[in-house]
Design a protein around this ligand. Structure first.
Ligand code: GLN
Length: 485
């Protein structure tokens, strides 16, 4: 079977040349063959997938199919899924089966998208390399020595290796965009509040946002039509009229003003990544865009601010894993305090513990004002920088990550180095803006380079338009890892 676009797969199903069951069978066979090497999936359940596919085929027979009915998708294992395990790649939830579906999962089910399984990730989405997973690291399909990025590394690797036509991811500080860049696919982090967080295992609630990961911008637009929308069960979900995210795809880029923040092209950006980004910029100029130099003066503060705020929220969110209500409980303990202590000591991995410690520290009496409140103030300044930038340009362009995918193990023992791999993505979450990553070439090591486009609030359709026009003119997004076959 040819691994085509979501539109192509939808056509295939519509024409009757393939059923959803056949399509899913095909992907499941490929998962069975390649997942032992890639480790992109934590859970695969053939029977469950095929039952969901049969239901989609039934909908179609009854004439009740929607635009993507029967097209399969993989879900990051952070989304609660009724009947399937939801582990968040943690020992703490290794045996947890959610009694309900996340809003995003409900939406996918209602649209008739069968699930191919749950994808690997960094534990509780804390990481940039997928190496913090309790279930072991994911390999980058382009080069098994490289990390796939994180935390949505399993979703990115699955899509890149065509183990799934598309996947869901979540992005708290870059976890959709950075793995999309490292694996050569397209990933969109929507405006905060556009995709419901209901049923999404909480990491840092003021930053977490679900979004689509797929080969192309057009695929991501089609998926946004499925997963976006108001949900009263998430108190920060935004009540706005429904949007068709494909509506601007074909608009020409004539006159588009592209902002180039000088801080995104400064020291620290690898020369091969810079070359690919500059070539992409030239392509945009050929398509009618013009560039505007600008500054985001507080962007250097985004990583330190994030590593105060995200751990603060995480330390509070992760307090619920106490061995009492659900999840892991230590088998032996003398009293309640020991049960708490041993459960959390055994259930969480090292990076999660580091975040809980940092978070508890910055929220503690005497430090709260100095760290947490100060970080909130700087967060506001970072958002203002973007507001000023969008008076001068329509979209901001830059690299998604400072380098191509690094080697497995290269940064595992150096948290600060690891944190810096999100230097260009984190400010977007702090401001709540939408942004996407698209493939735009390869580095000197043959690994993919990702280009980031940042938009103003609710500019998803415009970002997808800009990315789609680039993808019509180039073919980076159609390239596939050669060794996999
Ligand atoms: N890499 C960042 C972190 O470790 C961002 C993760 C994310 O977006 N979930 O926190």
């Amino acid at each position: 079977m040819e691994h085509t676009s979501l539109r192509g797969l939808a056509e295939l199903l519509k024409s009757g040349r393939a059923s959803s069951r056949e399509l899913c069978q095909d992907y499941l066979d490929r998962i069975e063959r390649l997942n032992p090497t890639l480790n992109a999936f934590i859970t695969v359940d053939r029977d469950r997938t095929l039952a969901e596919a049969a239901a989609a085929d039934h909908l179609r027979e009854q004439g009740r199919a929607g635009p993507l009915t029967g097209v399969p998708i993989a879900h990051k294992d952070i989304f609660c899924t009724e009947g399937w395990p939801t582990t968040c790649a943690s020992r703490m939830l290794a045996n947890f089966v959610s009694p309900y579906d996340a809003h995003v999962i409900e939406r996918c089910k209602a649209a008739g998208l069968p699930s191919l399984g749950k994808t690997n990730m960094d534990e509780f989405a804390m990481g940039s390399s997928n190496e913090t997973s309790y279930f072991g690291p994911v390999k980058n399909p382009w080069d098994p020595r490289a990390v796939p990025g994180g935390s949505s590394g399993g979703s990115a690797a699955a899509v890149a290796a065509r183990l799934a036509p598309a996947a869901t991811g979540t992005d708290t500080g870059g976890s959709i965009r950075q793995p999309a860049a490292f694996c050569g696919i397209t990933g969109l982090k929507p405006t905060y509040g556009v995709v419901s967080r209901y049923g999404l295992v909480a990491f840092a609630s003021s930053l977490d946002q679900g979004g689509p990961m797929a080969p192309s911008a057009e695929d991501c637009a089609l998926l946004m039509n499925v997963i976006a929308g108001f949900d009263p069960r998430d108190s920060t979900s935004l009540e706005r009229p429904a949007e068709d995210y494909t509506r601007l795809l074909d608009a020409p880029l004539q006159g588009l003003r592209i902002g180039l923040p000088r801080e995104y092209f400064a020291q620290g950006l690898a020369a091969d990544v810079a070359r690919a980004i500059e070539a992409a910029l030239a392509e945009f100029e050929r398509l009618g865009a013009r560039s505007v130099e600008l500054s985001l003066p507080n962007s250097a503060l985004s990583v330190p601010v994030y590593y105060v705020l995200a751990p603060a929220e995480a330390s509070s969110n992760l307090a619920r894993y106490d061995g009492v209500r659900y999840g892991y409980r230590t088998p032996e303990y003398a009293d309640l305090t020991e049960m708490y202590e041993k459960t959390r000591a055994e259930g969480f991995g090292a990076e999660v513990k580091r975040r809980i410690l940092i978070g508890t520290y910055v929220l503690s009496h005497g430090y709260y004002d100095a760290y947490y409140l100060q970080a909130q103030r700087v967060r506001r300044l970072i958002a203002r920088d973007f507001a000023a930038a969008f008076t001068q340009c329509d979209v901001i362009l830059g690299p998604t990550a400072p380098t191509t995918a690094f080697d497995l193990g290269a940064k595992r023992d150096d948290p600060i180095e690891m944190y810096l791999s999100d230097i260009y993505t984190i400010a977007v979450n702090l401001a709540g803006l939408p942004a996407l990553s698209i493939p735009c070439g390869f580095g000197a090591d043959g690994r993919p380079v990702g280009l980031q486009l940042i938009g103003d609030y609710f500019a998803e359709a415009r970002l997808l338009n800009v990315a789609h026009q680039y993808q019509r003119a180039t073919d980076w997004h159609t390239r596939q890892p050669p060794a996999l076959g």
